[in-house]
Design a protein. Structure first.
Length: 250
């Protein structure tokens, strides 16, 4: 497997608080990497460094290096180009107050695509990739706000896929969903990794165990352990990892 994202000696502060401490992690392409750990341990903060969402926080200061295919994303890459290549789906579904079609077409339009035929093609492809086309192909012009919670989250995935990213970041994207919707998105992730690389933050140990290839355990801003998911869950090398996975703390 080729490494697509690499963090090297990554440190991050919010004001005086150090939220990440010397994080070294390689993310391999076409795999699902799960970031686990208790609340406030740094996993979402780390994920946000991967597409520079932390740029929006004034008190944030970063040292170290994050590369995408060998290019330093903080020194040598425009943030807008980076976010096209590294898309993000948030914990709470956040469809725009517009039609299903316009939600998916939003990104391509921003990037200059005006052809109706091309937009139609992108919208259909993205909704199919998000396993949503059959459910909404007859109501593309209706408001996305009328969709169920699970459908809205898959719509947000389709919206992220519409600009053809290389990496998809998912920040607890199923935590607000019922088990059936969660299962649909997990199945979707397993399908999507054939074409994309997925990094997901999850509090759900069973979910990490079920669908991820690699698991990284964060605690108090440090990366305690990372490795193949089977190894992390069955034979962790660090006692803290074992205690967290077995529910003894966190």
């Amino acid at each position: 497997m080729a490494t697509i994202i690499q963090s090297e000696n990554l440190n991050l502060w919010y004001g005086d608080h150090q939220a990440l401490k010397d994080i070294n992690l390689s993310i391999e392409e076409h795999q699902i990497t799960a970031l686990i750990g208790p609340s406030g341990c740094g996993k979402s903060t780390f994920m946000k460094t991967l597409n520079r969402m932390n740029d929006l926080v004034k008190s944030c200061r970063i040292e170290g290096k994050v590369t995408l295919n060998g290019v330093d994303i903080y020194k040598d890459m425009d943030a807008n180009i980076l976010r096209k290549r590294v898309g993000m789906v948030f914990q709470k579904a956040n469809p725009f107050p517009m039609s299903i079609y316009d939600n998916v077409a939003y990104g391509p339009r921003i990037h200059g695509i005006r052809s109706h035929a091309k937009l139609d093609e992108i919208v259909e492809r993205s909704l199919q990739q998000a396993a949503l086309w059959d459910e909404c192909k007859d109501r593309l012009k209706t408001s996305a706000l009328g969709m169920s919670g699970g459908q809205q989250q898959r719509l947000c995935i389709a919206r992220a896929l519409a600009v053809e990213p290389e990496v998809l970041l998912m920040d607890e994207s199923t935590s607000a969903l019922d088990p059936i919707s969660t299962a649909k998105i997990e199945d979707l992730c397993l399908e999507l990794k054939k074409k994309y690389t997925i990094v997901m933050v999850t509090h759900n140990m069973q979910q990490a165990n079920r669908i991820s290839d690699v698991t990284a355990f964060f605690l108090l801003g440090e990366l305690i352990e990372a490795g193949e998911t089977k190894q992390i869950f069955l034979n962790p090398t660090n006692k803290k990892t074992e205690e967290y996975i077995t529910g003894r703390f966190g």
